[in-house]
Design a protein around this ligand. Structure first.
Ligand SMILES: Cc1cc2nc3c(=O)[nH]c(=O)nc-3n(C[C@H](O)[C@H](O)[C@H](O)COP(=O)(O)OP(=O)(O)OC[C@H]3O[C@@H](n4cnc5c(N)ncnc54)[C@H](O)[C@@H]3O)c2cc1C
Length: 442
């Protein structure tokens, strides 16, 4: 919706149905809010959660797209970039001049033996905030918990918002303290990462905070199997120091699972994807490395940065800039270009992403960084952002959801730039040949 809104604001398409969005769902979810739901910030009673979720966590798809956008409520089944075609599961074929792929990734609970049965069993003590239904379940389990062993996991990368799994752990720990049963709870966090977080500056502090709250962190473990009847979870040791069959079997009274995440099958088999199944794009321009009229952003792209909505907000204006540039190039040439456009030194996606990590007690650490984990903090003038603050908590709890629903669809919100569009957004892209390529490869 972020890109669609910006294309309209820049008037890159004529009024009518020149811009078509394929969306299989009737509902658009604000996934960053699932942490708040599962951690109890929207309430613990079911009726409170139902009331708080409507509007905050989900809205009808139509409400996030301008009425000038043509919405096709059908599931895309195939891309044929050589013929410029999108083919839906229902078998209908649509041609395009330009294609933007933004279909996210797929939650693969099925890759953990027993996980789907465990999650779907209303009597089991297993939930997961990555899915709306399972997030509601884990919230109820957390609220009713009376003490015992809590196990939380984190699947191997790439996953959406790599800091999210420990947000739940921190909010859960806080709620046990508030209930006065903390000493009756033994909390363990098993992560596939070799540290708490991918950026050392934040990771060290997160580890210190977890340890100070007696949350036991275990690194380089991947969940293999869940036996919810016997309340056992099987965790395989991974990483360079692991031996082949080293599996830890933990018993649990409450289990929070994070699913492995993979590209959608219909994306992975398209000719514009890399071997891992992600849309292969130039990491600075978001343009396909193989088809000049194809672009991608967000979780389905090959961009080597942490997968977050915050990253998408920084990617969108860059994508729109290079889309417009390609349109201008194509308008000038009669034959279509098969090579990607050169990139300018000033307009380039730098990998910006952000992870707002709840640490409990109405405090939040706002991690912000670029490619290669280079720290880039918006509020550095005021605070070292490894320090959790109440101000960041309120930003995440109230401001971010509000701008997501109200200003992103109208192309009035530009992530870390706030309401100010980046300098290049309102310019017409330059086509002069003097552009210096930042990187030859993507
Ligand atoms: C628990 C959790 C916590 C998170 N916390 C944060 C956070 O604090 N901050 C942050 O910035 N980000 C956070 N994220 C990550 C963020 O939500 C994602 O990175 C972001 O939504 C990615 O956007 P996207 O457009 O790439 O994919 P999505 O938002 O997943 O959108 C993909 C769309 O494609 C549609 N689609 C899929 N397949 C098809 C098909 N075959 N045909 C038609 N349509 C299809 C889907 O229905 C969906 O609407 C969190 C995510 C989760 C799950």
């Amino acid at each position: 919706m972020s890109v669609a809104g910006q294309i309209l604001r820049k008037q890159l398409v004529k009024k009518g149905s020149d811009i078509t969005v394929f969306e299989k769902n009737e509902t658009h979810y604000y996934q960053p809010g699932f942490t708040m739901l599962s951690g109890g910030l929207l309430g613990s009673k079911e009726e409170d959660v139902v009331k708080a979720s409507a509007g905050l966590l989900y809205r009808p798809v139509e409400s996030v797209f301008d009425e000038q956008i043509n919405i096709v409520r059908d599931e895309v089944g195939e891309f044929d970039p050589k013929q410029n075609k999108v083919i839906t599961k229902a078998g209908k074929s649509y041609t395009y001049d330009y294609l933007i792929v933004a279909c996210g990734n797929k939650l693969r609970y099925d890759l953990i033996e027993g996980a789907v049965d465990a999650l779907n069993d209303p009597e089991s003590s297993v939930g997961s905030m990555y899915d709306f239904t399972y997030a509601k379940k884990i919230n109820q389990l957390r609220a009713k918990f009376n003490g015992g062993k809590i196990i939380a996991t984190q699947a191997p990368m790439p996953i959406k918002c790599a800091g999210a799994p420990q947000k739940w752990v921190n909010l859960c720990e806080e709620s046990m303290r508030v209930k006065g049963i903390r000493s009756a709870c033994d909390i363990h966090f098993y992560t596939a990462l070799p540290a708490m977080f991918g950026v050392k500056k934040y990771s060290d502090e997160l580890y210190r905070l977890a340890t100070s709250k007696h949350i036991h962190a275990h690194f380089e473990y991947d969940v293999q199997k869940v036996d919810h009847q016997r309340k056992k979870v099987y965790l395989k040791k991974i990483g360079p120091k692991s031996t082949k069959n080293e599996v830890v079997i933990e018993s649990f009274d409450l289990l929070h699972l994070v699913p492995p995440q993979r590209p959608h099958d219909f994306v992975a088999k398209a000719a514009f994807c890399n071997d891992a199944g992600y849309v292969d794009v130039n990491k600075h321009t978001l343009q396909s490395t193989r088809f000049s009229n194809v672009f991608a952003l967000g979780d389905c792209s090959s961009l080597p940065t942490s997968r977050t909505a915050a990253a998408v907000f920084s990617q969108s204006p860059i994508l729109v800039y290079y889309l417009e540039r390609q349109m201008l190039i194509d308008a000038k040439t009669t034959t279509s270009t098969s090579t990607a456009t050169p990139i300018t030194t000033t307009v380039a996606y730098d990998g910006y992403t952000s992870c707002p990590i709840f640490v409990g007690d109405k405090k939040l650490m706002l991690a912000e960084f670029l490619y290669d984990g280079q720290v880039s903090e918006t509020f550095a003038r005021f605070v070292d952002q490894r320090t959790p603050t109440t101000y960041f908590y309120y930003l995440k709890r109230y401001v971010f959801p509000h701008v997501y629903w109200n200003y992103v669809p109208l192309a009035q919100w530009f992530g870390r730039n706030g309401f100010n569009p980046p300098h290049f957004f309102l310019q017409t892209p330059s086509l002069s040949s003097g552009h210096q390529a930042l990187h030859k490869s993507h």
